[in-house]
Design a protein around this ligand. Structure first.
Ligand code: ATP
Length: 269
């Protein structure tokens, strides 16, 4: 209890972002933060997931919390790549499940693609929780569950090397929001096209992936859904042209330029 008779819990409730008006400039960001913190308390997320989210928030702040032109270009190439894929797989980690389970499930049924759980800090209870979140979001089939078969991916060790024999292991295209650099590199080395969503254009994942969407996954996945709906009217040749025209290194550099412009603007003002 403090002097005003408010105990810590009540104080936290007052500070809880639900009390912050929707007109608050950081409202949406605070809402997502609250969702993440709640999921951590429920045991869905590891503590490191919150750190990863915080890093993402910092970059999102610099990018103006909006989807910028390089991301729109990458979303187009990613959507065309997913439509051309023979065995597309959507890889879901804890952060993605908490922030965008319904959108991931919608995208999976639209393509169609398989959904596979892939946790950096894999523990049986967390896998069960993520599976529950995906099922509640409408997923019929989820791969990478506890007790599922798995095969090791060459170049990786431990739980990070797990791949479902009918999922990531045989996938030609894998959408992995928030992958780590080693795994992205290993997947690419195995000949898979890796589409990642990562707000940090400096990360190894951003540099190693085939297509890097530098944007917040909560904005990106609905945009991919819209783009897939639009592009599915296109011929294979048209889709292939979209993919061929896309240069990932150049596009990641454009996102880096946005960061330097942000700091220059700040210096000038
Ligand atoms: P790398 O190995 O690729 O260099 P890392 O493994 O060090 O990166 P992590 O610490 O795992 O990266 O952080 C995950 C990444 O996900 C960070 O780069 C962060 O910017 C990004 N990120 C976090 N939240 C989101 C989000 N909601 N949307 C998109 N990207 C996000």
């Amino acid at each position: 209890m403090n002097k005003k008779g408010i105990n810590k819990k009540e104080l936290m409730d007052v500070l809880n972002m639900h009390d912050i008006s929707p007109s608050h400039p950081r409202y949406r960001s605070l809402l997502l933060r609250d969702k993440m913190a709640q999921a951590y308390r429920e045991g869905i997320l590891a503590d490191s997931a919150l750190i990863a989210h915080g890093r993402g928030e910092a970059f999102d702040y610099i990018f103006g919390e909006k989807t910028n032109p390089p991301a729109i270009k990458a979303i187009r190439a990613a959507s065309a790549t997913l439509l051309l894929a023979e065995n597309p797989v959507l890889s879901v980690n804890g952060n993605t499940a908490v922030l965008a389970a319904e959108d991931m499930v919608e995208l999976a049924s639209l393509l169609p693609a398989k959904v596979e759980i892939n946790l950096f800090y894999r523990t049986p209870p967390r896998v069960v929780q993520v599976e529950r979140v995906l099922k509640n979001a409408g997923a019929n089939e989820v791969l990478g569950k506890e007790g599922d078969d798995f095969l090791p991916l060459k170049g990786l060790e431990g739980p990070r090397s797990r791949a479902h024999p009918e999922g990531v292991y045989i996938a030609d295209v894998v959408l992995v929001p928030l992958e780590d650099g080693d795994r992205a590199e290993a997947l690419v080395a195995l000949g898979k096209k890796v589409i990642t969503i990562d707000l940090n254009p400096l990360s190894r994942t951003a540099k190693k992936s085939s297509i890097t969407i530098v944007d917040n996954l909560v904005r990106t996945i609905p945009l991919i859904i819209n783009e897939v709906k639009r592009l599915r009217e296109c011929s294979r040749q048209e889709l292939e042209e979209i993919v061929m025209e896309f240069d990932n290194d150049e596009n990641v550099s454009s996102s880096l330029e946005l960061i330097s412009e942000y700091f220059k603007r700040d210096e000038d003002s």
